[in-house]
Design a protein around this ligand. Structure first.
Ligand SMILES: [Zn+2]
Ligand SMILES: [Zn+2]
Length: 328
């Protein structure tokens, strides 16, 4: 089984710190020409899609990374649209056409994101039917757990969860995604992971535990629940895009940027850059305008004002490309 670990944070055992520093890399932000080359030729595409893939100045450039950031600690060559299609990634088809969310453990506390909102968001983002399965019975699956030696909190072993999910993969599932409010670890020597996935097996598991301010001893505020939902939507969409074979983005500031810490995750937008939007559109073959409209409805309901304003601006441009001031 090919496993892709998503994110590891410090503090970590000494061996892993060495591994990370040995991989320290110099990243140079791409030029405009490199960004456009990564998007690829769009002239044969229908007009609305062509316009949706025009970056203008609506997509922020990726910045020089700080020492603790993902791109200073991981070598990312970037995946262009052409490279993506040539990699022959998994795509939904008539049989495997649904996304399944499998809640693992408790999901009803005041800190947990609403499962129905996660379902609605995922359905709009991927324009696929999303099914939330009944909560799983841990006892039957013999999931190994431990008390984390640094935080004292309970954690589940990701490998056991991925194996259990593989045995439950429904016939019509494009992917089965375990979601949990319990912290995770990939092996005894590691401190934790946010999540782990096996894209070729179409299963993954993601924890929202460390997106909760309470995890760090912070008091909840009126915005805590909205923040939890926003962070949970981001990780769910990012990780599910990996299931489609979409790799980390180095072209723009984008949902698919790698993330080494919470501040870096928070800085990622909830939308895809044109390179990754094109990949997702190629995989699922949807109307990009309809997809943006559904996401806009969700963002308004959820109170994600910044993302809603961004979508409104893009939709105006796609509808009337010459009406805006930016015609680049
Ligand atoms: Zn990732
Ligand atoms: Zn991107």
């Amino acid at each position: 089984m090919r496993i892709v670990s998503t994110v590891l944070l410090m503090p970590v055992p000494a061996g892993i710190i060495l591994l990370v520093s040995a991989m320290a890399s110099q990243f140079t932000p791409p030029t405009r020409a490199q960004q456009l080359a990564a998007i690829g030729l769009t002239t044969a595409l229908p007009q609305p899609l062509q316009r949706a893939l025009e970056p203008r100045d609506d997509f922020q450039p990726i910045l020089e990374p700080e020492p603790s950031d993902w791109l200073r600690n991981h070598i990312e060559l970037g995946q262009t649209f052409d490279q993506f299609t040539r990699s022959r990634p998994n795509r939904p088809d008539n049989h495997r056409r649904k996304l399944y969310l499998q809640p693992l453990g408790r999901f009803n506390g005041s800190d947990a994101p609403s499962l129905d909102q996660l379902r609605r968001f995922t359905a709009a983002f991927f324009m696929m039917e999303v099914v939330v399965l009944p909560p799983a019975d841990w006892a039957q699956n013999r999931i190994t757990s431990r008390q984390n030696p640094w935080t004292g909190q309970e954690q589940f072993l990701t490998g056991d969860i991925l194996k259990a999910l593989q045995t439950r993969l429904p016939n019509d599932a494009f992917a089965l995604l375990g979601i949990t409010m319990t912290d995770l670890y990939p092996e005894p020597s590691w401190n934790f992971v946010f999540g782990q996935a096996s894209p070729r097996d179409r299963v993954g598991v993601y924890s929202f535990a460390r997106y909760d301010p309470k995890f760090y001893g912070q008091r909840p505020t009126v915005d805590t629940r909205k923040l939890m939902l926003l962070r949970s939507c981001k990780v769910l969409a990012h990780e599910t895009c990996h299931m489609f074979g979409i790799e980390h983005c180095v072209w723009f500031r984008c949902l698919m940027n790698g993330s080494n810490h919470l501040a870096e995750s928070d800085a990622r937008p909830l939308h895809l850059c044109p390179v990754d939007l094109r990949k997702l559109q190629w995989s699922i073959g949807v109307d990009v305008v309809e997809r943006y409209r559904r996401l806009l409805d969700f963002h308004r309901d959820a109170g994600f004002e910044d993302e809603a304003r961004w979508l409104e601006k893009r939709l105006r441009f796609i509808a009337a490309p010459n009406g805006g001031r930016n015609t680049r």
